[in-house]
Design a protein around this ligand. Sequence first.
Ligand code: GLU
Length: 276
Amino acid sequence: MKINRSVRFGIGIMAIAFAATACGGGEEKSASQSAADGTLTVGIKFDQPGLGQRNPDGTFSGFDVEVARYIANELGVKPEGITFKESPSAQRETLIQNGEVDYIVATYSITDTRKEKVGFAGPYFIAGQSLLVRSDNTDITGRDSLSGGKKLCSVTGSTPAQKVKDSVPDVQLQEFDTYSACVEALRNGAVDAVTTDDIILAGFAAQYPGQLKVVGEPFTTENYGVGLAKDDSETRGKINDAIEKMISTGAWEEAFNNTVGASGYPIPAPPTVDRY
Ligand code: GLU
């Protein structure tokens, strides 16, 4: 009798402790659980033309936005159920780790360092690092022409900022929070070039025709993944299924043509999803 009572009491305590871990104490729902409730919070960029952009009327457009919506639909969430949250490059891992977003589609390269903190579905696109300069510039033609004190801009916490510091040690690198801030610095003459992925730069060049141009060959490979909680392999699998379906049905190509296509960036071959 005595034993039974204490066992029951013990189980009761364990149940309370379990409930507290599952629902309180800062623990967040998995992306699949949010989707089952009909809503998702998705991280995107707000300032990258053709990729992730918040328009003046409050709507969102771009290839990443289309990929985000396609995935949401496959998870059972309609466009009205999506809340987009701005996810600057340097904040992406933290936004995921804090549970502030269910997943991120924001020109987000899959890297081993980032994989220590977050998980990645995809890749859903492959880009490469390049350079954006003013149209009248003739002396910057590629990465090797950045030596000798050229003023370059990139974004804090991005892979291009890190890679250019590693490969051109004497470059004068200015780091901002967003690429649109770098593009402003380029247009007003504060910097000589902006570096990041070619697809991002192509969008800005198209926004300022006759003023800005992309130069040189891409010098890195950037595999864009969908970032999500590191251990959420259930949702990772579902997002990988969605990406494969988007590619195989032609929806991927259509989304690209309707967004990035306008910049003249040629459509590349779609990538193969990596299920790790
Ligand atoms: N793909 C690169 C990265 O994930 C550059 C683009 C960006 O900063 O969003 O860091």
